[in-house]
Design a protein around this ligand. Structure first.
Ligand SMILES: Nc1ncnc2c1ncn2[C@@H]1O[C@H](COP(=O)(O)OP(=O)(O)OP(=O)(O)O)[C@@H](O)[C@H]1O
Length: 251
């Protein structure tokens, strides 16, 4: 085999992706590729198609044409629950946690069922779940809040808890829609730290408007405009791109 002639192994390959709503192409022949262990941020003006791209990847919206390969599986041919099982986790803007359960319980119920070897003893599974809950709680800065009811957490802590509920399922691709909206400055800094921690063994795809946060987390930025890529590359490259300044950053 010749070096340099093999296709690169991307975690996610989006190719020629298009979706039309009554003839309006919200996403129009879009192609982009996400590496393993990459934090990719999608930015762009309102209505650019950012949320629709995440909806297409998680199977909430069906593509009109194109493909979304997650390793070797085409997500456009799979149902939402199959996509979750394949290792794609998605967090929406509003946290969907169980307010009347504790932090521990919220994490515990998110642990995937039936992952242990069939016939494993219950106490063994319980120990495994407990260990994983503690591991994740530590990661999301909530290890001292395990016994607290979720509704007593701050807005930022609720967002972290929901990220934790996804992390406990160990997705290979985690998608987050405006994760720091409504957070304090210190919570934003900690969220950036959290994302850098969790990319070991996974990639993260984030939609974000807060440019300081984007600068802190993005390995690569994709700028969308009218369902197409306007610019792509490092934050430094895109923020100095005259096209991006004209349609987005200059406003
Ligand atoms: N189910 C739908 N039916 C019809 N039009 C839709 C549908 N979903 C999205 N759109 C349209 O597609 C376009 C892209 O919307 P989308 O929400 O993806 O943009 P966005 O970049 O996420 O914007 P924002 O930053 O405001 O969240 C918009 O014009 C929107 O009105």
């Amino acid at each position: 085999m010749l070096i340099g002639q093999q296709p690169k192994d991307f975690l996610l390959s989006v190719e020629g992706l298009t979706v039309s709503f009554d003839g309006f192409k919200a996403v129009n022949d879009l192609s982009f590729y996400v590496d393993e262990n990459e934090i990719r941020v999608i930015i762009g003006p309102n209505g650019a198609g950012k949320t629709t791209v995440l909806d297409l990847i998680c199977g909430k919206t069906r593509a009109t044409s194109g493909s979304i390969h997650f390793r070797d599986r085409d997500l456009t041919k799979m149902r939402e629950n199959e996509i979750v099982q394949a290792g794609v986790g998605r967090k929406f803007q509003t946290p969907s946690i169980y307010d009347d359960l504790t932090v521990f319980e919220n994490l515990e119920i998110s642990f995937p069922r039936g992952r242990s070897v069939l016939g494993a003893l219950t106490f063994k599974r319980d120990a495994e779940v407990r260990e994983r809950v503690h591991e994740v709680a530590e990661m999301i800065f909530l290890k001292d809040r395990l016994a607290m009811r979720a509704d007593l957490l701050s807005h930022g802590q609720k967002q972290w808890l929901e990220i934790g509920m996804l992390l406990i399922q160990d997705p290979e691709l985690l998608m987050l829609d405006e994760p720091v909206a409504g957070m304090s400055v210190s919570e934003r800094v900690k969220t950036a730290e959290l994302l850098h921690r969790i990319i070991e063994g996974r990639s993260v795809l984030v939609i974000e408007h807060d440019m300081k946060f984007v600068e802190d987390i993005a390995h690569k930025v994709t700028v969308l405009h009218q369902g197409q890529i306007l610019s792509e590359g490092t934050m430094d490259k895109v923020k100095n791109d005259p096209k991006v300044i004209e349609v987005y950053l200059g406003h």
